[in-house]
Write a protein that binds this ligand. Structure first.
Ligand SMILES: [Zn+2]
Length: 391
């Protein structure tokens, strides 16, 4: 089969076909089948491979290997036999809609800003396009509008192979310098580009088009787009999400951002109130605490490391010359206690090191304030801290 003259090129709308099996051999991903002709598009030029059926054998991948197009199948096919092929048309048409949309979008960016598309990748639900120049959100949004207009204009998408003289004269986008049999895809008045992919006949077939995200990427801009059915699928997903959030917040769907802002502000206020109450509680406990010799030792339930530090600070104000140890059991299957020690800054490094060693601990600090955790039981910790710090 001549390259660029396979059935998927001659008729990109062929959904079913019959072809003779040229060869079939077992490969590492399945049976590798070569046909006399095929409607299955092999992965290439940023467009993913078609899937579908050859008789009852599932085609899971299609790739080019030299002049051959290899169909990866889950069951063998007899060489010399005529087989019936059926491509997964929903998948293919979605790829055509998105690939054509990408051409128009990239073409319009190239025309207006002179930036090239330097990366193009189609996933199952999104198309990623990278440009070698920075675009603001407003500029991207302007091109989005122009793309939607170009789609609505329903212009013809022409595919042709110019002679080398014609090619020399022609203005077109290409990732590299091309010569020989070059396939040009002209999407109405929006774009002209060298491409090996399959495209819709008229721009109107693309249907919906949406930019989903855009932002700076490696000195240029990365834009995520979706067209056709995948744009509608994305829209449907977002409506579902908005509905759920709207229900949770008891807010109108278009007012959920305002409702979330209010919720976060309320939460900050509650947090500040809770902090003030916790501080009062720490001060109350500090006032009723007695030092054991030179040590103030306190175990409290459910304190975060931040609260432990705060509590130790309050205790240090109450007992400026004592060694302070505040501990709280961490949420863990094993006995683990988070601790904060406020010690004499001179002795702190050495004491903390030996306590960590004796109590399976870790952690450290500076200026006498040590933070960490001990992985042993409460009794052992109490006993060790009393021995080491109370005198
Ligand atoms: Zn292309």
């Amino acid at each position: 089969m001549d390259a660029m003259n396979e059935l998927f090129y001659r008729d990109p709308y062929a959904k079913e076909f019959d072809a003779t099996v040229v060869s079939c051999k077992e490969g590492k991903d399945g049976y590798e089948v070569v046909l006399e002709d095929t409607a299955f598009y092999p992965e290439g030029g940023g467009q993913p491979a078609d899937h579908g059926l050859l008789n009852s054998s599932h085609v899971t991948h299609v790739k080019r290997s030299g002049q051959d197009i290899i169909h990866i199948c889950d069951a063998p096919l007899e060489t010399g036999r005529l087989v019936h092929g059926k491509i997964d048309w929903d998948r293919r048409f979605d790829n055509m809609q998105n690939h054509s949309a990408e051409h128009i979008f990239s073409g319009l960016i190239n025309k207006k800003y002179g930036f090239d598309n330097v990366g193009f990748h189609m996933d199952d639900d999104v198309v990623t396009v990278d440009f070698n120049g920075e675009l603001t959100d407003e500029q991207v949004s302007e091109i989005e509008k122009a793309t939607v207009q170009a789609i609505a204009n329903n212009e013809e998408v022409k595919i042709f192979f110019p002679s080398s003289e014609e090619l020399h004269e022609l203005q077109y986008r290409s990732k590299k310098e091309l010569s020989g049999n070059v396939r040009i895809v002209e999407a109405g008045s929006s774009d002209r580009c060298a491409c090996c992919g399959t495209h819709v006949r008229r721009t109107g077939e693309i249907g919906a088009f949406k930019v989903l995200e855009s932002g700076k990427h490696r000195g240029g801009t990365r834009v995520l787009i979706a067209a056709g059915q995948r744009a509608l699928n994305d829209y449907a997903k977002k409506i579902t999400q908005t509905k759920e959030v709207s229900k949770l917040l008891s807010a109108k769907p278009n007012e959920i951002a305002k409702a979330v802002s209010k919720l976060l502000a309320d939460d900050l206020e509650k947090q500040a109130l809770s902090d003030r109450r916790t501080k009062k509680y720490f001060e109350m406990v500090a006032r009723s605490t007695q030092a054991e010799g030179n040590l103030v030792l306190i175990f409290e339930d459910e304190l975060t490391p931040f609260e432990l530090k705060r509590f130790a600070g309050i205790l240090k104000e109450q007992f400026p010359t004592s060694a302070i140890a505040v501990l709280s059991q961490a949420k863990s299957d094993k006995p683990v206690f988070n601790y904060v020690l406020a010690l004499d800054p001179q002795k702190a490094p050495e004491i903390s090191k030996s306590l960590n060693k004796g109590l399976c601990g870790r952690g450290g600090g500076r200026d006498g304030l040590i933070q960490g955790s001990y992985q042993t039981d409460k009794e052992t910790i109490e006993k060790t801290l009393r021995e080491r710090l109370s005198s």
